[in-house]
Design a protein around this ligand. Structure first.
Ligand code: CO
Length: 154
């Protein structure tokens, strides 16, 4: 495993804005990418990370939830319910935190590192992180959707 460099909006905006590609090969290279993403996320105190944030344009995300690590390959939101406004930050965006409206609950279908299909339903925090990371795969950052920055006047 290795810690990879995290792309930042001020210098790597071009790659962060690209659409990531569907993963077709569930091989050793994918496993290594997942392990490195996990290590990189932990090292940077992140709660989620998308492959594009380490400069790899593949539809791969890793999320930490309740001390468990979730790996989602080719994730796709298949159901959304409700609304929830809360704060977000991002390893690629520096110190800015802000309020973003997300669904209260989402169901996502994805594949695991071996290529097996699964679905996961998340509420509140997990729904938020899933949406945030899936946005990364489409070149979208939370600052694009931010209602207001934390600490800004009402
Ligand atoms: Co992010």
């Amino acid at each position: 495993m290795a810690i990879r460099n995290v792309c930042k909006i001020d210098i790597d905006n071009e790659i962060l804005r690209k659409k990531s590609k569907i993963v077709k090969n569930f091989d050793e290279k994918l496993a290594e990418l997942l392990d490195d993403m996990k290590e990189t996320m932990i090292k940077n105190y992140g709660m989620g990370i998308a492959a594009v944030q380490v400069g790899v344009l593949k539809r791969v995300i890793v999320i930490e939830c309740n001390n468990m690590f979730l790996e989602l390959i080719n994730p796709e939101i298949i159901k959304e319910e409700g609304e929830d406004i809360d704060t977000e930050g991002c390893l690629s965006v520096g110190n800015v935190k802000g309020y973003v409206k997300r669904p209260m609950k989402v169901t996502v279908k994805a594949q695991d590192r071996l290529g097996y299909d699964f679905t996961i339903t998340g509420e509140k925090y997990l729904a938020r992180v899933l949406c945030h990371e899936i946005d990364h795969l489409n070149g979208v950052l939370f600052v694009d959707k931010m209602i207001k920055k934390c600490g800004e006047n009402e």
